[in-house]
Design a protein around this ligand. Structure first.
Ligand SMILES: NC(=O)c1ccc[n+]([C@@H]2O[C@H](COP(=O)([O-])OP(=O)(O)OC[C@H]3O[C@@H](n4cnc5c(N)ncnc54)[C@H](OP(=O)(O)O)[C@@H]3O)[C@@H](O)[C@H]2O)c1
Length: 198
């Protein structure tokens, strides 16, 4: 497994198993067991995927120790808007049956994201999260955090693939020490239909 090293020295497995659209009861437990058996150690879920319990079941069934896994979840927009980041985080922990997250992201830069980011910084200081980051943030959102005098996110998870390479955002994040993480790197499978790439 290849790892990327974040600014705070946390190591993140470069290839993750995303569980967007994976059904909590009928799919998630078996899919996660199979992924872990295949060699994945990084699992990417989110409160809005509504499958954190299924992911926890899969992890438990896999028999692999929690400490060997890198688990990401994300704070959903309603909780960011309503100032409920800390409660939402604790709810995710309960559903995932764990007492810490390796990575917690603000899912989208909706109203309230600056205060939500302050809450994630607090949670990290309390040792409940190894790395904190954001998702779907453009340069100007990241600048807003900077202007507020807050630490830069360790990660920005964004849609990134050959038809959406986002070079300016990549350059900005590289300069600021923010690791870019791709979502839908295979364009939800459509990548394989583009003859130019093969
Ligand atoms: N932060 C965000 O806002 C955000 C947004 C979207 C996604 N994400 C995260 O990123 C993860 C990955 O996104 P994604 O699911 O869109 O990823 P993706 O890797 O771009 O696409 C995965 C899909 O590609 C298809 N595929 C893969 N290998 C294939 C092959 N050999 N032949 C044909 N089709 C193939 C599969 O489709 P079939 O299912 O049809 O087999 C699979 O579901 C998500 O699960 C989620 O964790 C985050």
């Amino acid at each position: 497994m290849l790892y990327a090293t974040l600014r705070n020295k946390v190591e993140i497995p470069m290839i993750g198993f995303g569980v967007w659209k994976v059904d909590n009861e009928t799919e998630a437990p078996a899919a996660v067991v199979e992924a872990i058996k295949t060699g994945y150690r990084h699992i990417d879920t989110a409160a809005i995927y509504k499958n954190e319990e299924g992911v926890a079941k899969g992890i438990h069934l896999s028999g692999v120790d929690r400490s060997e896994l890198f688990i990401t979840s994300k704070i959903w927009n309603d909780d960011i808007r309503e100032g409920k980041t800390k409660e939402a985080f604790e709810d995710s922990l309960k559903r995932l049956q764990t007492d810490y997250l390796d990575l917690c992201l603000l899912h989208w830069p909706v109203d309230g994201f600056v205060d939500a980011w302050k809450d994630l910084i607090d949670l990290k200081k309390n040792g409940k999260i190894k790395a904190i980051g954001v998702s779907n943030f453009k340069e100007h959102h990241l600048e807003t955090l900077k202007e507020a005098g807050l630490m830069a996110p360790l990660i920005n998870q964004v849609e990134l693939h050959p038809q959406l390479p986002q070079p300016d955002l990549l350059d900005y994040c590289q300069d600021e020490g923010i690791q870019i993480e791709a979502w839908s790197p295979l364009m939800q499978g459509k990548f394989l239909d583009i003859p130019a790439f093969f």
